[in-house]
Design a protein. Structure first.
Length: 281
């Protein structure tokens, strides 16, 4: 845990990174990405960030990306909002350039690892890190290790069929626009001001999310779910209806000890990316 590792959080429009060593994190460096640029131009943005962070004491690089990943070979496919990154052999490219081990994984998996090593899931044997933003994704920790599945697809609960669409349609920040044509940020602001209609919408979101939690519990029977992403900031507005929905779970004893907590971890993407190295040891 005291090994110095560069953690990188690659987003849709920017890239952020820092050097992580145990509980310590260096000053974070952030750069804009040439989202519409060529594959080489975007790679140049990644190299530029790493060049600013790396020194002889750094022993590994971990990077989380919003895409499907071949974890063993470190190949990423169809990165969201970066059209030129259809297939990038990122692990190979970075290892050839920096001559240290590189670990690549999905950003939701990195969130779960960040919580497990540094956040509210620290020391917990099994947990789910559920990211609720424009989409719905998750990372799964089993026996203190990340379980990504054969194709890095484990935890894609949002893609499971639900009602007339899927869980992501009803259980993410896009719910308000998908169902009611409303801007989620506007609904959040109204709810904070006590607007009854906005609070009713969040209650409806909570009911759907509770149904998603039941589906997760039937699948993994975990004792802890940590919520991340933009929607978790509104936890107080949907917590009650979410639990009302969960209480209809078919095995009541299984949910007696279930904890659902909003994340309080700062820079979970960077910390979780660095934790890819710790998880591999």
């Amino acid at each position: 845990m005291n090994t110095k590792v560069i953690g990188i959080d690659l987003g849709a429009t920017n890239i952020r990174g820092a050097v992580v060593s145990g509980e310590d994190i260096s000053e974070i460096i952030a750069r804009r990405i040439q989202t519409k640029g060529t594959k080489e131009q975007v790679l140049g943005d990644v190299y530029s960030l790493i060049d600013a962070l790396i020194d002889s004491e750094v022993k590994a690089i971990g990077i989380g990306v919003p895409s499907v990943v071949d974890v063993k070979r470190g190949i990423i496919y169809d990165v969201i909002h970066i059209p030129s990154w259809k297939e990038v052999h990122l692990k190979e490219l970075l290892e050839n350039r920096y001559h240290i081990p590189v670990f690549v994984n999905n950003d939701a998996n990195c969130f779960a690892l960040g919580e497990h090593y540094f956040g509210k899931g620290k020391g917990v044997e099994d947990m789910i890190g559920l990211t609720i933003g424009t989409g719905l994704g998750a990372g799964i920790i089993i026996n203190h290790r990340l379980y990504a599945g054969k194709n890095c697809g484990a935890g894609e609960f949002g893609m499971v069929d639900y009602l007339d669409n899927n869980f992501e349609y009803y259980c993410s920040g896009s719910f308000f626009n998908n169902v009611y044509g409303l801007n989620g940020e506007d609904v959040f602001k109204s709810a904070k001001n006590g607007d009854a209609q906005a609070l009713k919408l969040y209650s409806e979101l909570g009911t759907h999310l509770g149904n998603a939690v039941k589906m997760i519990m039937y699948t993994y029977d975990t004792g802890l779910i940590i919520l991340g992403g933009s929607v978790q900031l509104a936890f107080e507005f949907f917590e009650q209806s979410m639990w009302e929905s969960i209480k209809t779970f078919g095995f009541p004893k299984s949910i007696e000890g279930l904890e659902i907590k909003p994340s309080a971890l700062q820079n979970s993407g960077i910390l979780g990316a660095a934790a890819l190295y710790y998880d591999a040891q």
